[in-house]
Ligand binder design. Structure first.
Ligand SMILES: Cc1cc2nc3c(=O)[nH]c(=O)nc-3n(C[C@H](O)[C@H](O)[C@H](O)COP(=O)(O)OP(=O)(O)OC[C@H]3O[C@@H](n4cnc5c(N)ncnc54)[C@H](O)[C@@H]3O)c2cc1C
Length: 482
C-alpha cells in the first residue's frame, strides 16, 4: 500500500518538504494544503506597472547550501541573479548621516582593520576597545548568553550598538539583549573558545570554509535571487510537485489532527464544510503559532514548546518613483538603522539599485522595513500613515521629496520568530516529543534559522524524518505478517 503524507503549509518550507518527499519516493501519495489562496507564504513577488516588488524576502544567502543547491536541482541554476556589482555598498544611518558599512565583515564581525580604522561610524575609543578582542580571555563556563552581551563583551558597546545590532536586526527584527547567542550564531562562541579571540576565530573559520569548498576566496559570499524575483522558486517547486504526482490544494486550512487506528485523521476546513482524510504521515510546515494548536491533541509537550516561541510582526512599505533624480540618489543597496536612533524605519533596501530588472528604465523602487521588537506600535497605523512615515524618512535621509507613483504595503503579523534565551531547550523539547510521534514532523523558520536556505533544509530534514518513521512502521508490519 502506498504511504499517504500530508504537508500543511505552502510556504518555502512546505514546498521544499513535499518536493523532497516526492523526489525520493515517487510512489508516495503527497498532498500539500495551504490556507491562503496562493502559495509561497512569506515569499510574495508582485509585478505592478513594470516594477517587480518583493513583499517578503528579497534574496537568500548563497553560502548556505540548500538555497542555491535546490535551485540547481530544479533547473533554476541559470536563473540565479547576483546583486549589481557597481553599486555594492550598504550603509548605517547614524545621527542622520549615512556611513558606509566597512568592508571586510565576516558574518557580523569586522575582520579587516583598515576599513574599520577609516570608518566614521566608530569613534577612536570604540575602535581601540574593539582591538581588545585580541587580548581578552574567553569567558569561562558553558552558559548561553545574549547576543548583545557576547558582542559587547568581545568587541565593545560601540561596535555592537552602531554596527552589529542594526545588521542583526535586519535578519531577526529582534532585540539583541533578548536573543540567544547559542540559537542565533553558535559559531561565534566556538570561534572565541577555539582561538581566544572572536576576530581571529571568525577569520580562521572563513579560511577553513574557503579551503573546504576548494575556493580561492575570489568570490565574495553574498545574496542571490532570480531574474524575475523569488516567485520563480515557488512556481517551479509547485510545478515539480504536481508533475511528480503530488496534489496541491490552496484556500483550505487544516483544523484538527487526531490519531486513528492506522495513522492520523485530518480535518480540513473548506467553504462547503469540513472534510476528513486519513494519512500515514504529516509534516507541519506552518508558522510555530499555527502548528502549536494542531499538535496539541497529539502531544502536549511538542505543542507547548512551539507555543513558547515568541514572534514579532513587521511590515514592508514599497514605493516606486517615476523620477530619474530619485534613481540617481540611490547609489548602493540600502541602509540599516541602529535601535538607539529611535527611528520608525528599521532598514531600507534600494531594490532598483541593488538588482537589475526591478523597476522600469529611469524609475526607482525602494522598500522600508518597519516594526522591530519593542517598536510594534507603529504597525497599528493606517497604511497611509506608514507611507507618510517612509516618505518623511526619504526626505530627511536622502533629500527625496518626489511623490511615489506606486505604493504597496505588506503586513506580516507574527512573521518573525525570535530565538530568545532558552530557544535551544525549546527546540530540544520539541524534537524529543516528536521522536515519540511516529510519522509526524515539524519544520520551518522557528527551528534552526529564519533564512530561506534554512527553511529549505528544515523542510527536507522533516521529510527524511517522516520517511524514516514510515519505513520503520512498514518493517514492523511486514515482520508481523511473516
Ligand atoms: C519581511 C520579511 C523579510 C524577509 N527577508 C528575508 C530575506 O531577504 N532572505 C531570507 O532568507 N529570509 C527572509 N525572511 C525570512 C523568510 O522569508 C521566512 O523565514 C520564510 O519565508 C518562512 O517560510 P515558511 O515556509 O517556514 O513559513 P511561511 O512562509 O510563513 O509559510 C507557512 C504557511 O503555512 C500556512 N498555514 C498556516 N496554518 C495553516 C493551516 N492550518 N492549514 C494550511 N496552511 C496553513 C500559511 O498560510 C503560510 O502560507 C524575511 C521574512 C520577512 C517577514
Amino acid at each position: 500500500m502506498h504511504q499517504r503524507v500530508l504537508v500543511i503549509g505552502g510556504g518555502i518550507t512546505g514546498l521544499a518538504a513535499a518536493h523532497h518527499l516526492l523526489s525520493d519516493h515517487p510512489e508516495y501519495a503527497v498532498t500539500l494544503v495551504e490556507r491562503d489562496t496562493r502559495l509561497g507564504g512569506k515569499i510574495l513577488t508582485v509585478e505592478q506597472d513594470g516594477y517587480v516588488i518583493e513583499g517578503g524576502p528579497d534574496s537568500m544567502l548563497d553560502v548556505k547550501p540548500r538555497g542555491v543547491g535546490l535551485s540547481r536541482e530544479i533547473g533554476l541554476g541559470d536563473r540565479l541573479l547576483s546583486p549589481t556589482e557597481a553599486t555594492r555598498r550598504s550603509f548605517v544611518l547614524r545621527k542622520g548621516k549615512l556611513h558606509r558599512i566597512p568592508e571586510g565583515l565576516t558574518g557580523l564581525v569586522p575582520t579587516k582593520l583598515g576599513p574599520i580604522a577609516r570608518s566614521g561610524l566608530i569613534s577612536p575609543r570604540g575602535k581601540a576597545r574593539m582591538l581588545g578582542d585580541y587580548l581578552r580571555r574567553p569567558a569561562a563556563g558553558d552558559e548561553d548568553e545574549s547576543l548583545a552581551a557576547f558582542m559587547t563583551r568581545r568587541l565593545g558597546d560601540e561596535v555592537y550598538t552602531n554596527l552589529i545590532e542594526p545588521l542583526m536586526a535586519g535578519i531577526y527584527a529582534g532585540d539583541g539583549r533578548a536573543l540567544s547567542l547559542e540559537a542565533t550564531f553558535p559559531q561565534l562562541r566556538e570561534a572565541e573558545l577555539k582561538h581566544g579571540s572572536l576576530i581571529k576565530g571568525v577569520l580562521a573559520q572563513r579560511q577553513k570554509a574557503e579551503a573546504q569548498s576548494g575556493g580561492n576566496g575570489a568570490k565574495r559570499p553574498g545574496f542571490v535571487t532570480y531574474d524575475t524575483g523569488l516567485r520563480e522558486l515557488v512556481d517551479t517547486l509547485a510545478d515539480r510537485i504536481t508533475a511528480q504526482g503530488g496534489e496541491i490544494r490552496t484556500g483550505v486550512a487544516v483544523s484538527l489532527l487526531e490519531r486513528c487506528q492506522h495513522g492520523y485523521r485530518v480535518t480540513i476546513d473548506r467553504d462547503d464544510g469540513p472534510e476528513t482524510m486519513r494519512v500515514d504521515g504529516i509534516i507541519l510546515a506552518t508558522q510555530a503559532w499555527a502548528a502549536a494548536p494542531l499538535l496539541e491533541p497529539l502531544d502536549h509537550r511538542a505543542s507547548a514548546a512551539l507555543d513558547h516561541i515568541p514572534h514579532v510582526s513587521n511590515a514592508i512599505v514599497a514605493l516606486g518613483f517615476d523620477d530619474p533624480t530619485v534613481a540617481e540618489r540611490l547609489n548602493g543597496f540600502g541602509y540599516v538603522v541602529p535601535r538607539t536612533e529611535h527611528r520608525p524605519v528599521m532598514a531600507m533596501t534600494w531594490l532598483s539599485s541593488k538588482w537589475t530588472g526591478r523597476a522600469p528604465e529611469g524609475k526607482a523602487l525602494i522598500r522600508a522595513f518597519v516594526g522591530r521588537a519593542g517598536q510594534q506600535d507603529i504597525l497599528q497605523c493606517p497604511d497611509d500613515t506608514l507611507i507618510d512615515v517612509v516618505r518623511k524618512e526619504l526626505s530627511e535621509v536622502l533629500g527625496i521629496t518626489a511623490k511615489p507613483e506606486i505604493a504597496r504595503i505588506f503586513h506580516w503579523d507574527g512573521g518573525m520568530p525570535q530565538y530568545t534565551m532558552g530557544h535551544r531547550e525549546r527546540v530540544a523539547s520539541l524534537e524529543t516529543a516528536l521522536g515519540g510521534i511516529s510519522g509526524v514532523a515539524v519544520a520551518g523558520n522557528m527551528i534552526r534559522g529564519v533564512g530561506l536556505p534554512d527553511c529549505i533544509a528544515s523542510g527536507e530534514s522533516a521529510a527524511d524524518k517522516v520517511v524514516g518513521d514510515l519505513a520503520g512502521v512498514e518493517e514492523v508490519a511486514t515482520a508481523s505478517v511473516r
